[in-house]
Design a binder for this molecule. Structure first.
Ligand code: ATP
Length: 247
């Protein structure tokens, strides 16, 4: 039986004069991987931030398993892999400590890790192939490893909803394959995954469904049904797949 993991209803977000989202609505069932595509500035990051509760919509509602973003974050059911630009990579924190942040919701107010927390962190780092980098400062990782550190944080957290903002940007093919496999495993164990990407060719392999965004949801369905030339022309203004294969 399917269950509704995410419901975004009629969300509008303005940054001053800029209308970043204008009536975006989206529903995702649990255990699905959904690829979010749209041109630069189409509102993908703003949608993630609205779901995380980092941006407050001027209108509309967001529910994650029936909870508001604030409740969902408190309950630790939502994990976020931000765009690289949104992270201070100079912050003096080790990979292990970043992953341990995923356990904060499971600890008391003093945030003293127990054996179960350490075990969850070890397991998450192993699954993301980061064990050997545990004591490295977070900024000393490659692009793909940095992304995986944030996924590991979500795994340690036991997040049932994972939001990934361009996890494949600046990442080599091997890291991309590792990440795709990981996301598939997480979805198979029941997690719901919303992932933004500019790689339209890789989308059918990665995702069960796709969403085309241009301040609102233009199309949502299987990748094949969404990535049609007509839809892409609407969202990007030209024949993107043809242009990419020509270059
Ligand atoms: N903090 C902000 N203040 C003002 N305008 C903003 C802010 N953040 C985003 N915007 C604007 O809102 C619009 C949507 O931005 P957003 O970052 O959500 O798009 P995006 O689809 O994630 O883009 P990209 O693919 O380039 O990452 C853009 O026009 C952007 O310039």
């Amino acid at each position: 039986m399917s269950s509704l993991a995410l419901k975004v209803h009629d969300v509008c977000v303005n940054y001053g004069e800029v209308k970043a989202l204008e009536g975006a609505s989206l529903e995702l069932q649990a255990g699905r991987i959904c690829g979010l595509v749209g041109m630069n500035g189409s509102g993908k990051s703003t949608l993630f931030k609205s779901i995380m509760g980092l941006v407050k919509p001027d209108r509309g509602t967001v529910a994650i398993h029936g909870y508001s973003p604030t409740q969902a974050r408190k309950k630790g059911i939502i994990g976020y892999v931000p765009q690289s630009e949104d992270v201070d990579w100079d912050f003096p924190i080790s990979v292990r400590d970043v992953v341990m942040m995923g356990r904060y919701g499971h600890m008391g107010p003093l945030r003293r890790p127990k054996a179960a927390d350490r075990q969850a962190v070890d397991d998450a780092m192993e699954r993301t192939e980061l064990t050997e980098f545990a004591s490295r400062q977070i900024g000393q990782l490659s692009g793909g490893q940095k992304k995986r550190a944030f996924v590991a944080r979500g795994i340690a957290q036991n997040a049932t909803m994972l939001l990934l903002d361009e996890p494949f940007a600046g990442v080599d093919k091997r890291s991309e394959a590792t990440m795709t496999r990981l996301l598939r495993e997480l979805a198979a164990s029941g997690a719901t995954i919303l992932v933004s990407t500019h790689d339209l060719h890789a989308l059918p392999k990665l995702a069960d469904e796709a969403v085309l965004l241009m301040r609102k949801v233009l199309a949502h369905g299987t990748p094949e049904s969404v990535l049609t030339p007509a839809n892409l022309a609407l969202a990007f203004g030209l024949d993107v797949l043809d242009r990419e294969s020509a270059s």
